[in-house]
Structures are given as C-alpha cells and as structure tokens.
Design a protein around this ligand. Structure first.
Ligand code: HEC
Length: 118
C-alpha cells in the first residue's frame, strides 16, 4: 500500500514535470528579428518595423496594435498591396516570433517628453 502510494505520487510528479516542460515554445523575439529579415518584411516595413518612405504605404508594424489572431490572419490572407505569406513559406512558429519581435521594439518617445520640442 505504502509502495503503490509513493509510485502513484512519483507518477503524478513525472506527469506534472513533463507537462511543465512541453508547453508550446515561447515566442522568441530574437528569432522573430531573423525571420523578419529572411522573409523580406524589412523591405517594405524597415528593419525595426518602423515603416518606410521608399515603399509607398510601407506601414509601421512595430508595436502593432493588432491582436496576434488578426496579425496572423492579415499576413496569411492579405490581398492588397502586401503579398500574402502562406504557411508553406512562413511557419506559424516564425510568424509568432515575428509578432514577438515587433512587440519588443522600443516605443518612440512621446513628443511632449522631448526637451528640444518644448
Ligand atoms: C512588398 C512589400 C511588403 C512586404 C514584403 C511585407 N509587407 Fe506587410 N504591408 C505592406 C503594405 C503596403 C501594407 C499595407 C497594406 C494594406 O493596408 O492593405 C502592409 C501591412 C502589413 C500589416 C498590417 C498593418 C496594420 O496595422 O494594418 C502587417 C501586420 C504586416 N504588413 C506585416 C508584414 C510581415 C510580418 C511581413 C513579412 C512576413 C510583411 N508585412 C511583408 C507591404 C509589405
């Protein structure tokens, strides 16, 4: 009885432990930065997602206010000036990392806080 109880506890601990080790990989801003470059997003959005004056309408995507689902949906199925990036060329993992990268770009200062502009 005592043995089987400790076996049960050990099993429970194992199950718990392995569950804790296998959540979906946390999104990586570092990998996202690389994927943003590899997939050419920078050509229209700038290396920091800051937008571009070279490409007409190269939107600012840094610190996007789009929730992840809308971001994914847009990138996968846009049919406007931006070409769609399907799962076959841009994995969901890389796209989630790109999102994390864009969220990690430091926000610009509020103009009200810039001494020279006061
Ligand atoms: C050929 C130029 C081009 C490339 C390459 C490109 N984009 Fe875009 N992107 C655009 C343009 C132009 C828009 C605005 C399009 C519109 O509103 O229909 C846009 C819009 C977006 C938006 C929506 C922004 C908003 O707030 O509405 C997101 C997000 C985005 N791009 C992400 C990406 C990502 C991620 C990549 C790389 C996987 C990428 N783009 C590659 C040109 C590009």
């Amino acid at each position: 009885m005592k043995v089987s109880l400790s076996v049960a506890i050990a099993l429970a601990v194992c199950a718990f432990g392995s569950a804790a080790q296998t959540p979906a990989q946390a999104a990586s801003p570092e990998n996202g930065r690389k994927a943003f470059v590899t997939h050419g997003c920078w050509q229209c959005h700038g290396f920091e997602g800051q937008g571009s004056a070279v490409t007409s309408n190269g939107k600012v995507v840094a610190n996007t206010e789009l929730p992840l689902e809308s971001f994914d949906a847009f990138v996968r199925s846009t049919n406007g000036a931006m070409p769609p990036f399907r799962e076959t060329i841009l994995s969901s993992g890389d796209l989630a990392d790109i999102y994390a990268f864009l969220q990690s770009v430091p926000k610009p200062k509020d103009p009200k806080d810039i001494q020279l502009l006061k």
